[in-house]
Write a protein that binds this ligand. Structure first.
Ligand SMILES: [Zn+2]
Length: 244
């Protein structure tokens, strides 16, 4: 695994800033794993994808994550610091297809992938998105031994399928237990590393471009020269430039 350079990261930010976080996630993984085809990376399960994204996040920005959330009870802002390592679960490689038997149904399925999440980026609502993902993950359905092609699955079967998928790919759904320091209200927050990284890269890119603007104006250096510096050197120059 390689770490994308600052220039490469800036290019990814620029080309994907109006795309979904799922799309940007694949671009990041493609940059970090140049030996892997896009198709292969998009077929990783969401949990496998997120495990790799967490590792990449740690290499790009360090082992700690700063999050903010609004308390659903008192609306107070809660700040949380997380460690990347605490969010990473051990993963076992699994190979589809998988089989689930519920009542008289036999369902063959695979796990939702990063590619599925790219495909649902334009979905009208979460229910439609979930339905689309499940349809993509269903490989075959048999009822009392006969193949079923277009009849909808009963909700008991669907619920079991959703629960089974969640059990098989726990890294795909990280939930944080939060307590509001103001009102002591407790709640669970879903943590989506792809979404988090998209926002973080956005903030990083704005800051970097501000530095480029400041140093290009002060010293006449090119964008490539400034972006290619180590952050330490760049920050020092920015400090010196802003003190005249
Ligand atoms: Zn509160």
């Amino acid at each position: 695994m390689g770490v994308p350079s600052a220039m490469e990261l800036l290019r990814i930010w620029e080309t994907s800033q109006h795309q979904s976080s799922a799309h940007q996630a694949l671009q990041l993984l493609a940059a970090a794993h140049p030996d892997q085809a896009w198709e292969t990376l998009s077929q990783l399960s969401v949990g496998q994808r997120d495990g790799l994204l967490l590792t990449l996040r740690q290499q790009l920005f360090g082992p700690q994550l700063a999050c903010v959330a609004d308390c659903p009870n008192c609306s107070d802002r809660v700040e949380i610091t997380l460690r990347v390592a605490d969010l990473q679960l051990p993963t076992q490689p699994v190979t589809p297809p998988f089989m689930l038997k519920v009542e008289d149904y036999e369902v063959q399925f695979r796990l939702p992938t990063g590619g599925d999440l790219v495909a649902i980026a334009g979905a009208a609502n979460p229910d439609q998105a979930q339905q689309t993902v499940l349809n993509r993950c269903l490989l075959s359905v048999r009822y009392q031994g006969e193949a079923v092609t277009d009849a909808p699955l009963p909700s008991t079967v669907l619920d079991r399928l959703i629960a089974t998928i969640a059990d098989m790919d726990p890294q795909a759904d990280i939930r944080l237990d939060l307590t509001c320091p103001h009102c002591q209200h407790g709640w669970q927050l879903s943590f989506d590393i792809a979404f988090f990284l998209q926002r973080e890269i956005q903030t990083w890119a704005y800051r970097l471009l501000q530095d480029v603007h400041c140093l290009a104006r002060a010293y006449g250096w090119s964008e490539a020269e400034i972006v290619g510096m180590t952050p330490q050197r760049r920050h020092l120059y920015v400090e010196m430039a802003s003190h005249g």
